[in-house]
Ligand binder design. Sequence first.
Ligand code: GDP
Ligand code: IMO
Ligand code: MG
Length: 419
Amino acid sequence: MKADVLLGLQWGDEGKGKVVDVLTPRYDAVARFQGGPNAGHTLEFNGTHHVLRSIPSGVFQQGQENIIGNGVVIDPILFMEEARELEQCGVDLHSVLSISRKAHLILPTHRLLDALGERLKGDARIGTTGKGIGPAYTDKVRRSGLRVGDIDNDFVAAYQRARNTHLAHLQAFGENPDIAQVEQQWLQAVDYLRQFRIIDTEFYVNNLLSQGKSLLCEGAQGTMLDVDHGSYPFVTSSSTICAGACAGLGLPPSKIGEVFGIFKAYCTRVGAGPFPTELHNDTGEQLRRIGHEYGAVTGRERRCGWIDLVALRYAIMLNGVTQLIMMKSDVLDGFDTILACDAYDIKGSITRHFPYSVENVKPVYTSLPGWRFNLTHITTEEQFPDAFKAYIHFLEEHLGVPITIVSVGPDREQTILRK
Ligand code: GDP
Ligand code: IMO
Ligand code: MG
């Protein structure tokens, strides 16, 4: 068997959590391969609402394995909080979750370094989630990180060495934080974490596929936040693209099957950085209000705009997307006209290719009629109004990949699988 990958094609928050939950019954296992608690994946079913941060979105479906891969960074305190909430909801997490020995740990001082980094950048700050993601990946890449597999071997001494390096750095910039309390809490959370099944996930996932079992890899963030190919430096610190699934789980590229690329019927971004189709007007405000566009983790307002096909084509290329999933179609229900950006105007020259910098591009829009129809109760494709069918057709033509799933509301049930 091959592993399928589901990942975001925009700037995150496309609705990955919802669709992973919907697709999980088709798979034997679900694995997160990058990111950490900067992610906030929302699931809604039976009138309940859950936000997952580090734990895969397959945990609510019965019987499947859930794996946190080596590419993920784990904050033990936030992990413990999340795991306990799930256990209170009746999820027997110890029996369904495995964690890679090679996943890196986020230390309390990583969060402080994240905040310091933002302060030092001033007006150029990224608007990170403040979860210590950048500093934890920095330590990984500079070969100073602590991993889950280190928890047994002289762990406290290794922790103190790393913490002292971080404190020296903070002190050099005039900060003298008192971390005694959070440190104690963190070490207790490390003890909690070590009680989970800690395994060599690279062997585990490869064996799973060899035995003919199926695996869904769940991306976090989105392609436009990828550290190499996103809107650098306004990106996250991990590889959010399909190749990240290989590195973050130990899967050979030849073992990748379907690549599900997920996008909103419009576009959002949270944090700083360029966003060509952003709307600074009533329409942007309307999208935010109707789409409840506020961060699942930080509660921050998400910036809103029309769909950007230039950026989507670029994301489809980078990931080798084989199927598209369109989310939040219902948010556009009340608009008379819908705009789609199919090209950029760069100082008078028109391009359909995503350029090195999108700082000063002007979107060139195609205007499409809205459907003025409540999509949220629709259960089959046949019930789609004509203008909505035309929107789907337009997107498929301009993106070159079929849209196989359409979401018309936040609930698990509000999902239409197309034929
Ligand atoms: P993720 O990070 O990609 O998992 O996405 P988030 O959970 O951060 O954000 C997606 C938001 O949209 C959540 O609040 C979902 O409950 C909600 N959502 C998902 N699909 C739909 C949909 O089709 N329509 C509407 N109205 N909301 C949706
Ligand atoms: P999910 O998985 C949306 C953004 C932050 C910031 C930048 C860097 O829910 O789609 P970081 O804390 O990673 O160093 O922040 O990336 N960001 C996200 N935006 N959804 C996410 O995750 C995000 N994770 C990080 O807002 O702009
Ligand atoms: Mg999110």
